[in-house]
Ligand binder design. Structure first.
Ligand SMILES: [Fe+2]
Ligand SMILES: [Fe+2]
Length: 358
């Protein structure tokens, strides 16, 4: 009994290889897109900025960064019980998200080669970075005697198709939110070193610069296609993606507040900071951002997070599936209703704000 409390049981597909977490609406996804449309894309209106970013990718500042130094050479059995479980889940989710980027960028690099050389090389070099990130996280999982079989994941997971412009909105945001997530944890632990219970976080400072550059690449790419940023449809879609990305993170993180607590962070405060920063960053390229300072914004997300907690409790119960579904419906409706109201909250017109600053 005590032992099972100390070392949580994970389902394995082979000894030491963790079976991937079940797909839900909140788990990291794998993407595919229309490669021909992407290859035919004319980037000439913003080619200079894209070439400058390509030079940065070629410089490969983090070439020597992802090296497992001797700080990892010890037993991590001190991280036990629920904390260990949450740790492994955090590493798995992060690894899956990084690997998702790797797969998409790698495929884009391959398919665009010879057709759109600047974009092809940018994607190829970003896939290099994501492979390092995913590999480093997977290696960290092995400190907890588990690993992910990334080849198995490649074949077994479903791929979501997005047209290129939706890939741009979604990946731009996921890179920028990734940057803010990593740097916020890094800065917190820098000022509270007593909470650094595992050394991977000290790699986050240089690591997040990769994510920042990837985000800048997508920003430059969207600016090369101004039509996806300046009409009424762009405004509606940008609001949609901002809200989806923020709400997904908020519901996920509040459900795992114990993980953040183990680092001395309050999950809610952490998420609010990351959302505010990402929203502000997105305002440099998106025509609109969300009014996250509106008094109802985080209140509504809290109502959705509470309903999400109830959903998780129903899923964990031993009730038959049809009964579970009936019990889930009101909570799903609550989440849906909060999100609809958040979607229709008057957004911030960033073009007007940028105009004023000038
Ligand atoms: Fe990454
Ligand atoms: Fe990235």
């Amino acid at each position: 009994m005590v032992d099972s409390l100390k070392k949580p049981e994970f389902q394995e597909i082979r000894p030491g290889v963790k079976s991937p977490a079940k797909d839900t609406i909140l788990t990291p996804r794998f993407y595919t897109t229309d490669f021909d449309e992407m290859a035919a894309m004319d980037i000439s209106v913003n080619e200079d900025e894209l070439l400058a970013i390509l030079e940065e990718f070629r410089a490969d500042y983090n070439r020597h960064h992802f090296v497992r130094s001797d700080v990892f050479d010890k037993s991590w059995d001190s991280i036990s019980g629920e904390t260990r479980q949450m740790f492994v889940e955090f590493l798995e989710r992060s690894c899956t998200a990084e690997f998702s980027g790797f797969l998409l960028y790698k495929e884009l690099g391959r398919r665009l080669k010879g057709k759109n050389p600047v974009l092809a090389e940018c994607f190829e070099l970003m896939s290099r970075d994501e492979a390092r990130h995913a590999g480093f996280l997977n290696k960290a999982m092995s400190d907890f005697n588990l690993q992910l079989d990334l080849g198995f994941l490649t074949k077994s997971k479903d791929y979501t198709f997005f047209k290129p412009k939706f890939i741009f909105y979604a990946t731009y945001l996921s890179e920028k939110i990734g940057y803010w997530r990593y740097i916020t944890i890094f800065r917190h632990l820098e000022s509270h070193p007593e909470n650094e219970i595992y050394p991977i976080f000290r790699f986050f400072e240089n690591w997040c610069q990769d994510e920042n550059r990837h985000g800048d690449f997508f920003s430059a790419l969207m600016k090369a296609q101004p039509e996806i940023l300046n009409d009424w449809k762009a405004k509606l879609w940008c609001r949609f993606f901002l809200l989806s990305v923020f709400a997904t993170m908020y519901l996920n993180d509040l459900q795992r507040s114990g993980f953040y607590a183990s680092l001395g962070l309050n999950a809610r405060d952490y998420d609010i900071e990351v959302i505010e920063k990402t929203n502000e960053t997105a305002g440099r390229v998106f025509p609109v951002t969300l009014n996250v300072n509106h008094p109802s914004f985080f209140k509504r997300l809290d109502v959705a997070a509470a309903a999400n907690d109830k959903l998780a409790k129903v899923s964990a119960s031993n009730q038959p599936k049809p009964v579970q579904l009936l019990q889930k419906l009101p909570h799903i409706a609550t989440i849906g209703w909060q999100l609809v109201q958040l979607y229709f909250l008057k957004p911030i017109d960033t073009i007007a704000v940028r105009g004023q600053v000038r």
